[in-house]
Design a protein around this ligand. Sequence first.
Ligand code: ADP
Length: 191
Amino acid sequence: MRKHIILFGPPGSGKGTQAKKLEAKYGIIQISTGDLFRYEMSHDTQLGLKAKAYMAKGELVPDEVVIGMLKNKVDASPEAKGFIFDGFPRTIPQAEALDQLLEAKNEKIGRLIALTVSDGELINRLLERGKTSGRTDDSNEEIIQNRIDVYKKETSPVYGFYDAKGKSSSVNGVGTIDEIFNRLCEEIDSI
Ligand code: ADP
């Protein structure tokens, strides 16, 4: 059975950093919807153009756009040992679509792991990242605050969606990268 994990948490909680380390340790593939959109944008594709205005404001890209892109990505790697979903699902309809997609392959999500970090710490981290990342959504405090608000309103219910199936857990997202990584590995090894 393939191992599929959702790495969950607000913007700036460290999902991308940890997903890359988990990918190396467990041989499961990271799928970051944010990275995929940035790639599409940098190549001026139709998909990139569709996403651009939403991302610049810190709003969510419409579900049908994200779900279509995600499905293509999953179907493109049938040989993968599993996936780490990073930045997806961000809404309940996205979670439902993900479950359906996996169910059609007789597979399912093993666990959702949420990284918890305070709002103040998130804003500091994102502003710091904005100095070097070239990401315009990281350089403006108003846009960052909007992303955190959108996370609380639209994304945080996804935790409860998987908690109702006994699949959600949280780990402390503050500490050194290795400390946090070890906390995540403990969770994954217990699946
Ligand atoms: P962060 O984790 O720092 O918020 P991401 O790189 O995951 O950043 O996402 C950046 C932006 O891309 C989001 O603010 C949103 O506009 C868009 N995006 C990424 N994933 C999704 C998704 N699953 N649904 C809707 N929009 C998304």
